[in-house]
Ligand binder design. Structure first.
Ligand code: GUN
Length: 291
């Protein structure tokens, strides 16, 4: 079993970007500037956004954290987004999801200018991704492609089973891996909560991507010997014995599934850290496109 070490790989990518940023600085060029908008005080979301901003600082990017109160109106948020769209100092920005119930998430996603949409959530960018045209690929699927690439996991001709059809992970992942690209050319089955006989399908998979958000859903009896497993799930489970009062659990029963796996991602330290590295990569790309 080989661990797909997202923590190490993410650190390698950040080092590579830091070198590029140092070169840009040395040549008197502007460095990439990422802004992150967060609405409210959700603990997990704040942790993620702070990690993104901290990562910017470490590699020499400029960063701006925009904290807005839970009670902000949709109109006020859209105004803030418009300011970021027109602010020439900002190369790219994200609005951390989920948003409070009174705000229409789709409206917010559509308000971000596609050229600054480093999350790759705008329909224009999703459309380009689906057509295999140059664009911002969302951080999570992008990170999974990069992890598979750096560990030379063969995808061409392989059967990939994706569990979960979310717009952020399952759906784009299934599209990307079926495309003619370096990490791609796979035969993809996209499964979800209405899928019948799921186990019959996952047993045929060379690669399983678990992105449904149910802790330890994928068990050893569902996979074949020599499978590659990508665990996108990350659920906080209360655990008083832990310093922070919780532990993080993936969608894969790691203990038992790892015994049958050729490659597998841990949780934490697998896909999670990769998403930050790829967001930074997209921000670098945004700066280079604007230069
Ligand atoms: N919430 C969970 N994942 C993401 C992400 O990749 N981007 C944003 N903006 N919000 C998220």
């Amino acid at each position: 079993m080989i661990l797909l070490d997202g923590k190490q790989t993410s650190s390698d990518i950040k080092d590579e970007i830091a070198i590029e940023v140092a070169n840009m600085k040395a040549q008197g060029q502007k460095v990439p500037h990422l802004a992150a908008v967060i609405v409210g005080n959700d603990g997990a979301s704040l942790t993620y956004v702070n990690a993104k901003v901290k990562a910017c600082e470490r590699i020499g990017f400029e960063s701006t954290l925009v904290r807005l109160s839970e009670g902000i109106t949709e109109e006020e948020l859209l105004t803030k987004i418009d300011e970021l769209n027109t602010n020439d100092e900002i190369d790219g920005f994200i609005v951390q999801l989920p948003l409070p119930k009174h705000i229409d998430e789709q409206k917010v996603i559509m308000a971000v200018h596609p050229d600054k949409d480093v999350d790759g959530f705008h329909p224009t960018n999703v459309g380009k991704m689906a057509l295999n045209l140059p664009t911002f690929i969302s951080a999570t699927p992008f990170g999974i492609l990069e992890l598979l690439d750096r560990y030379n996991v063969e995808t061409s001709g392989k059967h990939v089973v994706v569990i979960g059809r979310s717009h952020i992970v399952g759906s784009p992942m299934s599209i990307l891996l079926s495309q003619k690209r370096k990490v791609g050319n796979a035969t993809v089955t996209l499964t979800h909560s209405r899928t019948q006989n799921l186990k019959e399908i996952t047993l045929q998979a060379d690669i399983v991507i678990a992105a449904l958000g149910i802790p330890e859903f994928l068990t050893a009896d569902m996979v074949k010997e020599g499978v590659t497993v990508i665990d996108v799930g990350i659920t906080r489970i209360e655990d008083a014995s832990k310093k922070r009062g919780f532990r993080l659990v993936g969608d894969v029963a790691f203990e038992e599934v790892s015994k049958k796996s050729e490659f597998i991602t841990p949780v934490p330290g697998g896909v999670g850290p990769m998403t930050i590295a790829m967001l930074l990569k997209n921000t670098l790309l945004a700066r280079q496109r604007r230069a």
